[in-house]
Design a protein around this ligand. Structure first.
Ligand code: SAM
Length: 216
């Protein structure tokens, strides 16, 4: 069955990819600071090689924010134009990150192209402002958890909202249902995120939640 919601997301983000960083400059700066201030709280493993998956990566906000702390990052996004912007940034700034176009969270089988070991056993999986776009967030969290190694971390950044985001309780349930709720924490960012520019801009409360995949 065609996931109309996913298709609309792809079209919308394809159309806005080129101007995305400019349009959301203040939000990108704020989130980069907030993510970096929580590196210890995220709890990356003390390892020589840390592999991260940035799902719904867009132009690379989280990948770039965490680049100094991880070894390599794989991005995946449904919008090929966002992926193009991400890969341009990787090349310009010489960051070890590479994105691919695809959808891992539809109720169809996951694309074969993402079935190789390169797309599994990540130490950290992040999803920034993507979850409120997904048709089935519970399935999406389970698909993300499946890409983590045991003991790996899931990090979700999204809206604090009852109708277009999550509460502490609903986010915790997502983590629990996906088996990644060990040491779950939900941290609301004090400063509001400014989305967009000009008179159409609005302010949004955002959280960062993290949990660990249960060791078997
Ligand atoms: C608001 S943007 C956030 C991008 C980036 N994570 C950031 O924080 O700047 C949401 C992103 O989710 C992507 N997206 C929406 N639905 C998706 C899906 N089903 N699978 C993968 N990516 C998706 C969009 O293409 C877009 O790049």
């Amino acid at each position: 069955m065609v996931d109309t919601n996913a298709e609309l997301n792809r079209e919308f983000h394809d159309a806005h990819a080129q101007g995305y960083n400019n349009q959301h400059a203040s939000g990108i700066e704020l989130l980069t600071e907030e993510i970096r201030s929580r590196v210890d709280w995220i709890g990356l493993p003390p390892s020589d090689k840390i592999r991260m998956l940035d799902y719904a990566c867009g132009t690379g906000l989280i990948s770039v924010a965490l680049a100094p702390y991880v070894t390599e990052t794989v991005g995946i996004d449904i919008s090929p134009n966002m992926v193009e912007e991400y890969n341009k940034r990787a090349e310009t700034d010489k960051i070890p990150m590479r994105a691919h176009a695809g959808n891992l969270v539809s109720d169809e089988e996951e694309p074969v192209v993402f079935s190789s070991p390169d797309f599994f056993a990540f130490d950290l999986v992040t999803i920034g402002l993507g979850f409120h776009h997904f048709s089935d967030p519970t399935l999406a969290a389970q698909r993300m958890a499946a890409r983590l190694r045991c003991g790996g971390k899931l990090l979700i950044i999204d809206n604090v909202s009852d109708d277009n985001g999550f509460s502490h309780e609903s986010a915790e349930k997502l983590f629990r249902d996906a088996g990644v709720a060990t040491d779950f924490e939900f941290s609301v960012i004090d400063r509001e995120l400014r989305i967009g520019r000009g008179p159409a801009a609005w302010k949004q409360k955002v959280f960062i939640a993290r949990g660990t995949k249960t060791e078997l």
